[in-house]
Ligand binder design. Sequence first.
Ligand code: HEM
Length: 410
Amino acid sequence: MSSPPSFPFARPQAWDPPAEYAKLRATNPVSRVQLWDGSQPWLVVKHKDVVSVLTDARLSKERTRPGFPEMSAGGKEAAKNKPTFVDIDPPRHMQQRSMVEPLFTYDAVARLRPHIQKTADMLLDAMVQGGCEQPVDLVEKFALPLPSYIIYGILGVPFEDLEFLTQQNAIRSNGSATATEASNANKTLLDYIGKLVDQRAQKPEDDLISKLVTEQVKPGHIERSDAVQIAFLMLVAGNATMVNMINLGVVALLRNPSQLEMLKADPSLSPAFVSELCRYHTGSAMATRRVAKVDIELAGHTIKAGEGIIAATQSASRDEDVFPDPDTFDILRFVNKEKGGRGEDWYKAMGYGWGEHRCVAEPLARAELEIVFATLFQRLPALKLAIPFEEIKWTPPDKDVGITELPVMW
Ligand code: HEM
């Protein structure tokens, strides 16, 4: 018998999802793939099966369990570290997640919106009026600092350190640094957070780190090292994804000029645009992995205890049974029918995962993207790429889709 196809699949070009997904949805929705270490977990590609995997309490996210699908040697090593809630199963998962969740609810984020808007305006002011010579790299001047400044504000990082930490975070995650540089940057960030935890223990302020210290560490619910890890997780978890989604959104609009005109004429379309962006492009496609704790049946297959499962959210978001005409980018897809849209359900798109581990910061990520796309083209209506689409620097084809540099002019 021939061995299963290697996974992750590669994007055929630019930002198109791997072609294998559409084929498997049609012919073999629950199949085996082969990873870098020779292991052969299951790959699930239909929306209904992905929902089933991500809501099944018989499947575990604990990376220490034998059979958990790891995507690289580095990942396998990292899996030995003490986990944060992202890699913990219920009920302990919710105990830890609920320590940060109140800061990211839709209500809490609504209160943050004026600050996000002000930060976006300030960065655009600096880009436009700062005498920057065009073309400008939008990543450096806008897409990277915006989400960094917002999450650092929530954590309680002092303003004067923002630029330095943003640089360290970029080195850690942008893929062009060497392994040593990336690991040094990682350590710098962890040490920094550790010092901040100690400072807030002495003198609490109104921020997430102080909350973790006073409400969790001091009463003995978690250790100091857990507080450092949780704060670090919040600092890094959404960083590269946010940057990539801003870049992908800019290019998606420039490639669809009639939709860009609609958004320019009516910036209140921004939430619908962001929902479609987060369906069409999956900025974080490899997090939704599980291992079976007991034998289970899925779509006519028996998945045995100890076998790994990869739930392909990227494929589920293009499932033609849920999103008609899935490869078409349509800003009106999630607009109500009464308002002339298609009236589809944005919540079903899988960009933020599904079930208990669905992105805790989704309301924040959406608010940032909505503000970016309601503002950017109002402020810079002539914004365009300074290079042809074909010359855009994409992330490697077998990694999450993203753009590493985006030279623009206006
Ligand atoms: C557009 C931006 C973002 C996307 C597309 C995204 C995507 C995702 C996805 C797919 C998951 C699910 C992982 C799973 O099932 O295992 C997830 C979880 C998570 N995300 Fe996000 N994310 C974004 C922004 C952020 C931001 C800004 C933060 C932090 C401030 C963040 C923090 C987290 C955390 C902590 C989890 C783990 C939740 C849990 O396990 O309970 N994300 N995200």
